[in-house]
Ligand binder design. Sequence first.
Ligand code: T46
Length: 135
Amino acid sequence: MSAPLIQLVDIPRRGDARGQLSVAELGGALPFAARRVYWIHGTKPGVSRGFHAHKKLHQLCVCVAGSVRISLFDGRREESVMLDSHAKGLLIGPGLWHEMHDFSPDCVLMVFADAEYDEADYIRDREHFIRHVAG
Ligand code: T46
């Protein structure tokens, strides 16, 4: 039986009378040491992003405001999930073609990555990706 494509982790929230504080730390919600954090915001209406896979990179995506739909494709199966909560993170490991659609105007998607930016780690052509995962 294959592992589920959509792997969500719970992000613990430490609330008190002042409001909320959420935390992703190594050994907790973060299954890897983050070497880079970036966030996607101000996405224009109707725009989709992604359309690539990574060869080695592991990432945790947390929609800290608004919502976005992320689809994952492993070369055979395709599944999508709506991220609309700062309390859930989506893990995207290597070898998963991913696309981001339906950004709400207020969406802020924060992404923790286990390596620095490296364009050589990207596969940006879908046919190339399908050949890559087929081995
Ligand atoms: C991913 C999804 C979820 C950098 O210079 N440094 C960085 O750390 C990143 C992430 C991007 N860039 C540059 C590369 C491009 O010139 O920023 C520009 C936009 O990147 P890209 O078109 O790859 O953006 P998305 O939204 O399609 O993909 C991003 C990440 O790049 C990618 O790793 O998994 O978000």
